[in-house]
Structures are given as structure tokens and as C-alpha cells.
Ligand binder design. Structure first.
Ligand code: SAM
Length: 155
């Protein structure tokens, strides 16, 4: 769900992440090509690949950070489908995340993530917690919220 790479690019520009390996994945070929081009234009290094977020090519507990902006249910997916897919995606991101590390998820599906997905994450990955969340004000539209989940290190 890297899309054109905007979120990853912000991180890749920071000194703190200069030596990090960035991997972006998206089902949409045009987005992957755009992400590659955006990174190249700034001389940044990353691997972008086409693929689904439901089955990531990473071992359990192997990734230091996940940054994701799931579809808003407009161009890429029907909003009604978010109901079934969001929890599958988030559980997969939590699976690959190293214990103690953060998943940053930007979504408008606030009710679903709070009432259904986060409780499931806490159940499947004991000790996991919502570190913090913040809503973006956008001319009165405040549904878009960033959630920072931290994977637990055990019960
Ligand atoms: C809200 S956009 C991401 C915006 C992103 N921040 C950017 O810079 O473009 C959501 C993205 O999720 C992708 N997507 C939808 N379903 C997906 C899936 N099952 N696995 C991976 N990516 C998916 C879409 O192709 C789209 O690029």
C-alpha cells in the first residue's frame, strides 16, 4: 500500500533512516512505477514491488517499522470491502513487525480499527498497544486518523 511512495519518501529523507532498507509494495502497477520514479528523482534507494498486503514476503518478527495508508474506499477498493480486508492487512503487518516496533496506519476507517481491529491485534499479539493516535483536520473533515500501534514483546 505504498502507493506512489509519499509516506516512505518522507522517512527516507531523514538522516535517522539513511541506512534503512525501504520496501514498498502495492497491487497497482502504475503506483509502483510512480514510487520508483519518485525515489529515483531524489536519489533515494528503495525496493518497490507489485503485490498484495495480505501475504507479505517477510518472516515473522523481521521488520522494524510498517507505514501504511490503506485505500479510502474510493479509487482502489469499495468502501464496503474495507470491512473484511482491514483486519487481514493489519494482522499481516503485525505478524512481520519485530516485537516492540511500531506500525503506523493512516485510515478513515476509525470505527472499525478501534472497535474490531485493535482488540484483535491485542488478542493475537499479547502486549501490543495503541501508542497514540491523531486525527488530521481537513476543512472540517476529521475522519482521517493516524494510529501508531506497537507490537507487544509478550504477555
Ligand atoms: C490511499 S492509497 C496510498 C496512498 C499513498 N500514501 C501514496 O503515497 O500514494 C492506497 C493504496 O493501497 C493500494 N492497495 C489496495 N489494495 C491493496 C492490497 N490488497 N495490497 C497492497 N496494496 C493495495 C492501492 O493500489 C493504493 O495505491
Amino acid at each position: 500500500m505504498c502507493g506512489i511512495g509519499s509516506n516512505l519518501m518522507s522517512l527516507a529523507l531523514l538522516d535517522k533512516f539513511r541506512s534503512a532498507d525501504f520496501v514498498g509494495r502495492d497491487v497497482d502497477e502504475m503506483s509502483v512505477l510512480a514510487a520508483q520514479s519518485n525515489f529515483a528523482s531524489l536519489g533515494l534507494d528503495a525496493t518497490f514491488e507489485m503485490g498484495c498486503s495480505e501475504d507479505l514476503p517477510f518472516d515473522d518478527n523481521s521488520v522494524a517499522m510498517v507505514v501504511c495508508e490503506p485505500p479510502w474506499g474510493l479509487r482502489h477498493l469499495k468502501h464496503s470491502d474495507m470491512g473484511s480486508r482491514l483486519k487481514v492487512w493489519v494482522l499481516e503487518w503485525m505478524r512481520v513487525l519485530k516485537p516492540g516496533c511500531p506500525a503506523i496506519i493512516i485510515t478513515i476507517c476509525t470505527n472499525r480499527i478501534e472497535s474490531e481491529v485493535i482488540p484483535l491485534v491485542r488478542q493475537k499479539f499479547p502486549g501490543s498497544a495503541l501508542d497514540r493516535k491523531w486525527a488530521y483536520e481537513n476543512y472540517g473533515f476529521e475522519q482521517c486518523t493516524c494510529y501508531m500501534l506497537r507490537k507487544g514483546t509478550g504477555p
